[in-house]
Design a protein around this ligand. Structure first.
Ligand code: ATP
Ligand code: SF4
Ligand code: MG
Length: 384
């Protein structure tokens, strides 16, 4: 089976991926074969998140899984949230859906403004209309999202009934329409199938159909392709982009794979230990990452033209979120660490209109060289 590379393509150079991300003349990211990317982004804000904080009370202490997250998502835009395991990506998604398990979790602060309303202020009754209606989510494992004892028609139909109050023939037509939107062949007969009768790719499409059936403004896709093989994964990613260009959906795409970010996203937010450490236009971040952690993540994406022995892996483990060190959480692993890093959390420094990063190395308008982490790691820690 042909494997599809997830490596990022260099700006202005032909890449190896089937659909490259390429830089337009104004530097905007445009898709070379369709309308995905910044070219399809409308200017209106779909979602605005401000200083979101979600903590878990555990016997070890307070786990600050999401600690002061702020970002915006425009209509028609795909924002990637990328970071290592345990960095708080899924807790962010669950917080936006108001599905954090409580106890032990609590959203302790912040605002999540969707269509002009702070959804953290809504009653649970109001939220159940918003959830799946204006904002919805696709999970990593379709088997946990689908109920094995109901057929496809029931499961897609249920979501539509709740949010659009349709019944009878109109409901059935809408189910068929939703399945068609996710390119399920012969939807009239496939909707009688149960989850176990479908392939993994088809199951994931059904989950996608449920997610978009109520024409939400925002779709959160939390590692939606992890359980799929690479060819089906590529087809599913393409499908999401097609649906986006048809509907103007804003997508938050969660992944640990920077290669997928390169193909899917317009902008990216890099998370480390519950915080965003860098955000920016995806091409800018790929070519000139400014936070050492972003550099490390990008350096650890395999490149076809390089031999595997040069593959960089980030030394050390992410910190326990109930016991974060003072200062920058990346300090114990950072080859550029300085004394100040261990004492005080770095402020966010603007790099240009789109790119911002929280790192002391960027103070006073300085920039981090575009050195690879393999070279940086060879330098003695603390070398300035
Ligand atoms: N119910 C819970 N109780 C206590 N801690 C939790 C709970 N759920 C999540 N956490 C903690 O929150 C942190 C962030 O978890 P999260 O699931 O968001 O990580 P992630 O970035 O999605 O990782 P992955 O890439 O593995 O999916 C982790 O340290 C995790 O242990
Ligand atoms: S603030 Fe210091 S420790 Fe943190 S990423 Fe920047 S240089 Fe490294
Ligand atoms: Mg997760």
């Amino acid at each position: 089976m042909a494997e599809e590379s997830t490596q990022p393509a260099e700006a202005g150079e032909p890449g190896d991926s089937e659909e490259q991300v390429s830089a337009g003349s104004d530097g905007a990211v445009v898709g070379s074969t369709d309308h995905f990317g910044a070219s399809a982004v409308r200017e209106e804000i779909a979602l605005e998140v401000e200083d979101l904080r979600t903590y878990f009370t555990t016997r070890w202490g307070t786990v600050k899984a999401v600690d002061g997250l702020s970002f915006t998502l425009r209509r028609g835009e795909t924002l990637g949230i990328v970071g290592e395991s345990g960095s708080g990506k899924s807790v962010t998604a669950l917080s936006l859906m108001r599905l954090v398990q409580s106890p032990p979790g609590h959203i302790v602060g912040g605002r999540v403004v969707l269509n002009g309303r702070d959804i953290l202020e809504l009653s649970e009754g109001q939220m159940s209309q918003v959830r799946g209606g204006e904002i919805s989510m696709i999970l990593q494992d379709p088997m946990t999202a689908l109920n094995p004892v109901f057929n496809v028609e029931n499961q897609v139909g249920e979501a539509i009934k709740i949010h659009q109050h349709l019944r009878g023939r109109t409901l059935l037509d809408k189910v068929v329409h939703s399945l068609r939107q996710v390119r399920i062949p012969a939807p009239e007969s496939r909707m009688k199938d149960y989850p176990h009768q479908l392939s993994g790719g088809m199951r994931q499409r059904v989950v996608g159909a449920i997610g978009i059936s109520s024409a939400p403004d925002v779709l959160i896709a939390d590692e939606p392709t992890t359980s799929l093989d690479v060819t089906i994964q590529a087809a599913y990613l393409r499908l999401l982009r097609e649906i986006q260009s048809e509907t103007g959906l804003g997508i938050i795409f969660i992944t640990h794979d920077f290669g997928i970010v390169a193909k899917m996203c317009d902008r990216v937010a890099v998370m480390y230990a519950g915080r965003i450490v860098e955000t920016g236009d995806v091409r800018q971040i790929f070519n000139h990452p400014q936070h050492p952690y972003t550099q490390a993540l990008i350096s650890s994406v395999p490149k076809l033209e390089e031999k595997t022995e040069r593959l960089y892996s980030i030394e050390g483990q992410p910190p326990a979120l109930y016991n974060l060190p003072p200062g920058c959480a990346f300090a114990p692993r950072c080859p550029y660490v300085m004394d100040v890093c261990r004492e005080e959390y770095p402020p966010i420094f603007d790099q240009d209109d789109s790119q911002r990063a929280a790192c002391w190395k960027l103070e006073d308008g300085k920039r981090l060289e575009d050195a690879t982490m393999t070279e940086a790691a060879a330098a003695p820690a603390g070398a300035d």
